[in-house]
Design a binder for this molecule. Structure first.
Ligand code: NAD
Length: 287
């Protein structure tokens, strides 16, 4: 039997529709139009595509979008100053710094990101937001793992009581997803490069999430029959060819549900960013 394919497009459209409604309500009830500022440094072509996509989605939903393009040779101080201004700008509710930063300032990434007001930290990377997530009081949470949870919910896939296995322990995907799944009462295992017996652990999963950045790491023998497989990986294996971390063609005959790459859960990330901008605007109203 072939798995149900979870295409991201329909889920992303639902999330964006709900964000659009919330934007309208904020305008009508409080006279507030949510605003997002994206800081991009240098000329990284992939980053430029991501930033354009975020800008376009903001415009579709009635969110103010400000793109601040800084030159490649910007210093740490230039960035901190830009963030300080946005922190005190009442029309901007969300701030994000597009990563990766150029090599010369990459080492200062944490210091730069931590300068963002936690109430405007729509990427959810600030230690205060990470701490809130860990203690079970989430405020702004990272968009890609939040998209994984949203996709499971919208697809009607139960999380409570299920065995969830995440492959990858990054601060952007694996670790926050661990806490989001735990908060939803899954029994969660997180695997990484030092994990022994990865196939054996993966086979225990009712929900298997691959976020390793390794093409075809997840093969059919690592998947339990009927499991839900969420492929977060985005790997460019040729100039025009993107693949995930899962051997899709083989795994789809074993899994109960599976996300494709491209066209899967990745599409939910920008939609969840829009939800975070709206959430940030609401948090700032309460503040
Ligand atoms: P990362 O490189 O920071 O982390 C990868 C993790 O995978 C590490 O914790 C590592 O221990 C683990 N890992 C790597 N090889 C492994 C192996 N052979 N066995 C077990 N564990 C292994 O990457 P990241 O930022 O978390 O991103 C992971 C993937 O998700 C990438 O392909 C990235 O492009 C993609 N991604 C997609 C989105 C999106 O959809 N919008 C967002 C973020 C990341």
């Amino acid at each position: 039997m072939s798995a149900r394919i979870l295409y991201g497009k329909e889920f992303a459209a639902k999330i964006k529709d709900s964000a659009r409604l919330e934007v309208e309500e904020l305008k009508k009830n409080f006279g507030v139009t949510p605003g997002l500022a994206v800081i991009i440094v240098g000329e990284n072509p992939a980053s430029q595509v991501y930033v354009r996509n975020k800008h376009k989605t903001c415009e579709e939903l009635g969110i103010i979008s400000k793109v601040i393009a800084l030159p490649e040779d910007s210093t740490k101080e230039n960035l901190l100053e830009t963030i300080d201004k946005l922190n005190s700008d009442k029309n901007i509710h969300g701030i994000l710094v597009q990563l990766p930063l150029p090599a010369a300032i990459k080492a200062h990434s944490d210091e730069i990101l931590n300068r963002i007001d936690p109430l405007k930290d729509v990427d959810g990377f600030h230690p205060e937001n990470v701490g809130n997530l860990v203690i079970g009081n989430p405020k702004l949470v990272p968009c890609t793992p939040a998209g994984c949870i949203e996709m499971l919910d919208l697809a009607g896939i139960e999380i409570d009581g299920k065995n969830a296995v995440i492959i990858g322990r990054s601060n952007i995907v694996g670790k926050p997803l661990f806490h989001l799944l735990l908060a939803r009462h899954a029994t969660v295992t997180i695997c990484h490069t030092h994990t022994k017996n990865l196939p054996e652990i993966a086979r225990q999963a009712d929900i298997l999430v691959a976020a390793s950045g390794k093409p075809a790491l997840i093969t059919a023998d690592m998947v339990k029959s009927g499991a839900t497989v969420i492929d977060v990986g985005i790997n460019r294996i040729a100039p025009k060819k993107l693949v995930g971390d899962v051997d899709f063609d083989a795994v789809k005959d074993i899994a109960g549900a599976i996300t494709p790459v491209p066209g899967g859960v990745g599409l939910l990330t920008v939609a969840m960013l829009m939800k975070n901008v709206v959430k940030a605007a609401k948090l700032q109203l309460e503040d």
